[in-house]
Design a protein around this ligand. Structure first.
Ligand code: ADP
Ligand code: MG
Ligand code: ZN
Length: 728
């Protein structure tokens, strides 16, 4: 049984490598593809950068007929088609941006059955002429991208999408796959009903973006703080979000004055200008885009290395969506939020203008959650995921300022009592600012008028500054010792738990955080980290040159991830180049030589590099793996490529399975084309690699014990080899 599915799936793995250049699937991809190939409808929620497009591009390549992709973003269609064509897929699009003769040419190709992948905008579906053409050709399946646009409950409803409910009625035998990055359960049900999906195979993927590093900084001297980050990310692409058009313009001017290639983007600019700025960014000509939230929907750029929020966002949904634009290629990327309390007042001002009571309350609640996120001493990733209803149980995510910072536990019971006493003595009728004024002994008009300078706690905490007391307020809020009550001008009140502390029955401690100065080099994040930066600059220049020649964005030629891997493994011969993730047959043929040329020259200039083992590790290696002889490995490799399982190879060669496993292990480590999904399914592999990372050791026993028999030694070994190959 097991073997049969593997065999059936062989063309799928073959296409994955040959067309897309990838060795293995990401979680959920293979299941989705299997469903589409089996003629089953699909509904999938996967985060931005969750690798959705491969789920329909791969079956489009394999299945007979044309796959039709409906996508709302005209601006993205061209890039997606260009990217598919670069991979050797026969792809095209039809939308209003095409000239009439271009449209007819696509129609002609469609009728000739020479299009594997066709992108269209939703409004095509009400055009009888288009529908007739579709009916006359063989359609392999439909893919609806950004499927949440069909739901009025979603945040981005597009009436055009309603016409898509015709698909199932008109093409009753063709499978339909719907994809989105955002859908609550309610929106999910609505999408399935509106599209009329038939008992779809459903996926709700985790929203965790492992490669994003989240950090919050208090906003002090913003421009200096920004310059610091930009220095670290010199000439890497990134987005800085600001709230107002003026602040966008001012910051963009400032950065340009500092010699940084920055451009502004906001709704106040002429459309032409906006388009030009976006394009410059997309083509790596300008590095930084300073933008209001008007910027984002239309970008698919995969190598955004940082997203900075220079002002506090209104809610976590927007924050998560905006940070999600970083690191789509899976490479480590930074998300920095600058948090200043004055931003809260500004957002409040806008919330106050909302006339509908319920709406205003919701907005306020969301703002408070955002504030909590920024001020709470809890793993950022955990907070974000829990906001979206996902349980995150890892003790240390390894990629946020909280988890990687130095944390010191301090007793703040006395501080808490001073604050709560001030609150209690003033009837729990005042907000943070006023309470902090009382304890620090501020001389304000309001304090004098209310005679709050007469109460016992007035000035009781003046040895510490206001920042300290705000920190205490935030901590007490976060620990549910006090809470905020009331709409626009909330007052601080004491909870039951707070009373216990105030009356000396309980103590309270807070975590004071100190950011570690250097970037963490080990751990989950460190795994992707190192690559040869000098070589990267050269390869990047070549990529830019090639991209300009063909007027496509550079990341369509090769992603940063692919270049980074080249800068770790220095492929100087065709087979090595072919084994780099992201190098499929078409790209190998088109660009392989050019990139190898640069690499070879570089190696000649730096002979030291070619002599060292580039696959060394910085994790403790446990027991050394003895290296099997090349020849016997080769034989195993041959049989494996023919589709045999480890057991079958062992039988055929009359060797022990453990021997064959060690061959596979070696082959994998050597970066050979071992399709790991055939050996360990992606979900399982994910779990195993995560554990290795958490344990920070390559020892097998703890892993085997942890999974209590669910994972075999062989599986753990192979995953380990796979990880070490990638680490190299
Ligand atoms: P989204 O879900 O946002 O549409 P994309 O489909 O654009 O995400 O994919 C994000 C990135 O992941 C792309 O650069 C794509 O090439 C890459 N990718 C997709 N599948 C794989 C895979 N199996 N292995 C490695 N990279 C992959
Ligand atoms: Mg997409
Ligand atoms: Zn964390």
């Amino acid at each position: 049984m097991e073997k049969k599915t593997t065999e059936n799936m062989l063309p799928v793995y073959d296409t994955l490598k040959k067309v897309f250049g990838f060795q293995s699937f990401r979680p959920n991809q293979v299941e989705i593809i299997r469903s589409i190939l089996g003629g089953k409808d699909v509904f999938a929620v996967m985060p931005t950068g969750g690798d959705k497009s491969l789920c329909y591009q791969l079956p489009a390549k394999i299945m007979a007929g044309t796959a039709v992709v409906i996508s709302p973003l005209i601006s993205l269609m061209k890039d997606q088609v260009d990217a598919a064509v670069e991979n050797g897929i026969s792809a095209a699009f039809i939308n209003s941006s095409l000239a009439p003769e271009e449209t007819s040419s696509v129609y002609r190709r469609l009728r000739n059955s020479s299009i594997e992948l066709l992108y269209i905008a939703p409004e095509r579906f009400v055009m009888p002429n288009f529908l007739e053409t579709l009916k006359s050709v063989r359609i392999s399946f439909f893919a609806v991208d950004e499927a949440h646009c069909i739901s009025e409950w979603g945040h981005d409803f597009r009436p055009d999408y309603l016409s898509l409910s015709n698909i199932v009625k008109t093409f009753s035998k063709v499978p339909v796959a719907a994809f989105t990055a955002t859908a609550t359960r309610k929106v999910q049900d609505d999408i399935i009903a509106k599209l009329g999906l038939r008992d779809p195979f459903t996926v709700r993927a985790s929203f965790n973006r492992q490669n994003l590093f989240y950090r919050v900084k208090s906003k002090r001297d913003l421009t200096a703080q920004l310059m610091n980050i930009l220095k670290r990310h010199a000439s890497e692409p990134g987005i800085i979000y600001r709230t107002t058009r003026d602040s966008v313009d001012a910051l963009s001017d400032f950065l340009s004055g500092q010699g940084i290639k920055a451009r502004p983007y906001h709704a106040g600019l002429a459309q032409e200008q906006r388009k030009a700025n976006q394009e410059a960014f997309s083509k790596d000509e300008s590095h930084v885009i300073v933008a209001t939230i008007a910027f984002g929907m239309g970008i698919d750029k995969s190598n955004v290395r940082f997203v900075i929020h220079a002002d506090l966002p209104k809610n976590i949904e927007s924050y998560y969506q905006e940070t999600g634009r970083a690191g789509r290629d899976g490479e480590p990327s930074d998300c920095v939020l600058f948090y200043g309390r004055e931003d809260i007042t500004k957002i409040r001002y806008f919330i106050d203008q909302i006339t509908d009571d319920t709406e205003r309350d919701i907005a306020l609640k969301k703002l408070n959650q955002m504030v909590r996120y920024a001020s709470h001493n809890v793993c950022r990733r955990k907070q974000l995921l829990e906001y979206f209803g996902e349980d995150y149980t890892d003790k240390n995510c390894g990629a946020c300022d909280i988890c990687t910072g130095k944390v010191e536990k301090v007793d703040v019971t006395i501080n808490a009592r001073i604050l709560m006493s001030a609150m209690s003595r003033t009837g729990q009728r005042f907000g943070t600012m006023h309470i902090v004024d009382i304890v620090t002994g501020a001389d304000t008009k309001r304090i004098r008028e209310l005679q709050h300078d007469k109460i016992q706690t007035y000035g009781a905490g003046k040895d510490k500054d206001k920042n300290h007391w705000r920190f205490i307020v935030d901590e007490l809020l976060a620990q549910d010792i006090i809470y905020q009550d009331g709409g626009a001008y909330p007052v601080l009140k004491i909870t039951e738990k707070g009373k216990n502390i105030l009356f000396g029955k309980e103590t309270v401690s807070a975590l004071k955080r100190e950011e570690t100065k250097k970037k963490p080099h080990k751990g989950k994040w460190g795994v992707f980290e190192d690559y040869d930066k000098t070589l990267f600059e050269r390869l990047r220049a070549l990529r830019k040159h090639l991209a300009d020649e063909q007027t496509v964005p550079p990341y369509i030629i090769f992603s940063d991830k692919t270049l980074h891997e080249m800068c770790r493994r220095y492929p100087a011969a065709l087979p090595e180049m072919a084994s780099i993730s992201g190098v499929g047959d078409t790209k190998l043929e088109r660009y392989g030589d050019k990139f190898m040329e640069v690499i070879k020259t570089y190696l000649k200039e730096n002979p030291v590099i070619s002599n060292q083992d580039n696959r060394s590790l910085d994790m403790p290696s446990g027991r050394a793996i003895s290296k099997p002889k090349g020849e016997t490995c080769e034989k195993t490799y041959e049989l494996f490529k023919q589709g045999l399982s480890i057991g079958e190879i062992a039988k055929a060669r009359n060797l022990a399975e453990s021997t064959i496993t060690s061959h596979i292990e070696q082959l994998t480590m050597d970066g050979k084309d071992i399709v790991i999904d055939r050996l360990v399914p992606p979900e399982k592999r994910d779990k195993i690699s995560k554990l290795f990372l958490t344990l920070q050791s390559w020892q097998l026993n703890p892993v085997i014990e942890h999974f209590k028999g669910a994972v075999s030694y062989e599986e753990a070994k192979i995953v380990r080899a796979y990880m070490r190959r990638k680490t190299g």
